[in-house]
Design a protein around this ligand. Structure first.
Ligand code: NAD
Ligand code: IPM
Ligand code: MN
Length: 374
């Protein structure tokens, strides 16, 4: 069989630290489950800027288009805060998402039993939580034109004399395709979709609501659909998150709601994501897998980062890119067992204590749990 091709882009800050643990997991599956991976490594973000003067070299972009899946750590950091906007680390990630046309960003939030007491919310609110936020990833205010910072010359009353502009823009086609993904995902889960926008104040929100409803009525009438204003959605997510199954929302609301959802699971260090595009000729979707968290400059280089979000992102790659659902479940179970054993990186350490471990020890424990089996 031909090996699966993987492009690993560790990035900045804790990115390389958590990715090193994913590599251990990949090696384990190669050695023990007959899988073969053709792995290449390259730079993204600040690391790419330091070497090439750009946060994503054209050669890396081209490779990302060819491989079966891209695994990304995280980008950004204070060292790059003063760079020109066009070469900031985050632009490298946004270019990957846009040019690969990864419009469907799956951000599942599951509360592992062992962490239910550790969430900043009460156990009875989060125990058993299993929701999926589907974030539109290639349009909206992140990419809309016009955009920029301009002099506001004709307006003497504007103190400071400048104006910053971004545009929220969605086409009906962009909304319909992500809505379809939401209904398809819901059919394999709880069969329920809640769409979030602000149709009460934004025309793009009115279009969003109408088009999601259109896809529902014409193609997925059997899936339960509701609509919610995103501000109320944020409140409901914290008040009673288990009322949701799949949440579908735009690029910016999805960014914010998924960080909030992270705390339902105990730590931002737990949340994986898959960014999927259209199917390629071989039937696989264009795909990039990354943790939801960033480069965590406050803990970088100290062995404190939780690698689970990145490891669970690889589990999503096994499921969505390689059709290895059983292996994905096996990996998720291994993570669950390690957490049940009380193994804790500092972000997971609560008053009830546990066995404190470093990033690398957490990776080793997960590999050991894989090897030990059920
Ligand atoms: P962040 O996600 O990097 O960190 C937020 C907080 O969560 C920090 O206290 C951090 O220590 C903690 N945290 C994050 N991941 C953790 C992990 N795996 N284990 C333990 N603790 C973890 O967000 P930020 O501080 O707002 O951003 C820092 C940089 O990362 C910025 O440059 C930002 O643009 C970038 N960023 C990148 C991505 C990405 O690459 N996908 C995502 C978010 C932010
Ligand atoms: C995320 C991040 C990114 C975003 C940044 C780093 C570009 O916050 O993946 O959630 O805003 O999409
Ligand atoms: Mn974010």
């Amino acid at each position: 069989t031909t090996p699966y091709s993987l492009l690993i882009l560790p990035g900045d800050g804790i990115g390389p630290e958590v990715m090193a643990e994913v590599v251990k997991v990949i090696d384990w599956f190669q050695a023990n489950r007959g899988m073969r991976f053709d792995v290449s490594h390259d730079l993204v973000g600040g690391a790419a800027y330091d070497k090439h003067g750009t946060p994503l070299a054209d050669k890396t972009m081209a490779r990302a288009q060819e491989v079966d899946a891209v695994l990304l750590g995280a980008v950004g950091g204070p060292k790059y805060d003063d760079l020109d906007f066009s070469v900031k680390p985050e632009r490298g990630l946004l270019r990957l998402r846009k040019e690969m046309d990864l419009f469907a960003n799956l951000r599942p939030a599951q509360c592992f039993e062992a962490l239910a007491d550790f969430s900043s919310l009460k156990r009875e609110v989060v125990a058993g939580l299993d929701i999926l936020i589907l974030r539109e990833l290639t349009s909206g205010v992140y990419f809309g034109e016009p955009r920029g910072i301009h002099d506001d010359n004709n307006n003497p009353e504007n103190e400071g004399g400048r104006v910053g502009i971004n545009t929220q823009r969605y086409t009906s086609g962009e909304i319909r395709r992500v809505a379809r993904s939401a209904f398809e995902l819901a059919k394999r889960r709880g069969n329920k979709v809640c769409s979030m926008e602000k149709a009460n104040v934004m025309e793009s929100g009115i279009l969003w609501r109408e088009e999601v409803q259109w896809v529902h009525d014409n193609e997925y009438p059997e899936v339960e659909l509701s609509h919610m204003y995103a501000d109320n959605g944020a409140m409901q997510l914290v008040r009673n998150p288990r009322q949701f199954d799949v949440i579908v929302t735009d690029n910016l609301f999805g960014d914010i709601l998924s960080d909030a959802a992270a705390m339902l699971t105990g730590s931002l260090g737990m949340l994986p994501s898959a960014s999927l595009g259209a199917k390629m000729a071989n039937g696989r979707p264009k795909a990039l897998y990354e943790p939801v968290h960033g480069s965590a400059p406050d803990i970088a280089g100290q062995g404190k980062a939780n690698p689970i979000a990145c490891i669970l992102s690889f589990a999503m790659a096994l499921r969505y890119s390689f059709d290895q659902g059983d292996a994905a479940t096996e990996l998720e179970r291994a993570v669950e067992r390690v957490l049940a054993d009380g193994v804790r990186t500092p972000d997971l350490m609560g008053p009830e204590g546990g066995t404190p471990v470093s990033t690398s020890q957490m990776g080793d424990r997960i590999v050991a749990a894989l090897a030990a089996g059920i």
